[in-house]
Design a protein around this ligand. Structure first.
Ligand SMILES: [Zn+2]
Ligand SMILES: [Zn+2]
Length: 254
């Protein structure tokens, strides 16, 4: 039994969410976390979760979608009161795609961390080229007991270790299958088995042998078997561990 801990089911263009879910279930994927990126796609994300028993939702504003009107903590708490919401995010810092909005991104990230603390919900953290600021804000504002996940992790082992020390889980995407992804493979190998999650980040970042094509949750199996091979364990063991981890972290998904 596998879990896709991070997918954007409302953004799959190649096939419908229902068809993608069917295909994934046929390959042993039993739970899905459909991730919100802004206020505009929130309704679509919540709808998909409402329509499918095995789909859960997050609510939040992606760092690249942050505007000068940073969403207030009260609004985030209100969004999170919807059915099937099990996490806040994705939030975080992305200095690669948007350099100029740094202050607004930081404010938005802090708001998500404050809302998460209030509601005792885990956060889904997106971080790119913002290592020091991400770790500093997590250290200052994240809740150690109910921390969250560093999703689609592409940073080095030192950052993974720092995030683990703050109580975070590390989620690995299909990037792990790419030939030049040595750093991601190292992290996928070294993260303690009880702190590891897997995801597709569909429709982006399809794993080999689908690289360059639209991604879908069924391909989380390729991510899982690549990591199982790297770690020298069976796919079943990797699947069981990452599913247990998902249910422990996102305790409202039980
Ligand atoms: Zn992301
Ligand atoms: Zn995402």
């Amino acid at each position: 039994m596998l879990v896709d801990s991070h997918c954007h089911l409302d953004r799959l263009e190649a096939l419908s969410a229902a068809a993608a879910l069917e295909a994934a279930r046929a390959r042993g994927v039993s739970r899905f976390l459909c991730v919100c990126i802004n206020e505009a796609n929130k309704a679509a994300v919540l709808d998909i979760a409402r329509q499918h028993a095995d789909v859960y939702a997050s609510v939040g504003v992606h760092p690249c979608d942050v505007t000068d009107q940073v969403t207030a903590v009260e609004s985030l708490c209100d969004w999170a009161s919807a059915d099937k919401v099990i996490a806040l995010g994705e939030t975080g810092l992305d200095y690669y795609h948007s350099q100029d909005a740094k202050t607004a991104q930081q404010q938005s990230f802090i708001h998500h961390l404050q809302a998460a603390k209030q509601l005792q919900l885990p956060v889904i953290v997106h971080t790119r080229e913002a290592k020091a600021d991400t770790l500093n804000l997590l250290d200052a504002h994240a809740c150690r007991q109910q921390a969250g996940v560093m999703h689609c992790f592409t940073e080095d082992w030192a950052m993974a270790e720092a995030a683990l020390a703050l109580g975070f889980y590390i989620s690995i995407s299909g990037i792990v299958t790419f030939k030049n992804a040595q750093q991601v493979r190292e992290v996928a190998q070294r993260v303690p088995l009880d702190r590891l999650l897997i995801e597709t980040d569909s429709p982006y970042l399809a794993p080999i042998p689908y690289r360059g094509k639209p991604n879908q949750p069924a391909y989380v199996r390729e991510v899982a078997s690549c990591i199982a091979d790297l770690r020298g364990i069976t796919l079943d063991r990797l699947a069981a561990a990452t599913t247990d981890n998902f249910l422990r972290l996102f305790s409202r998904a039980r």
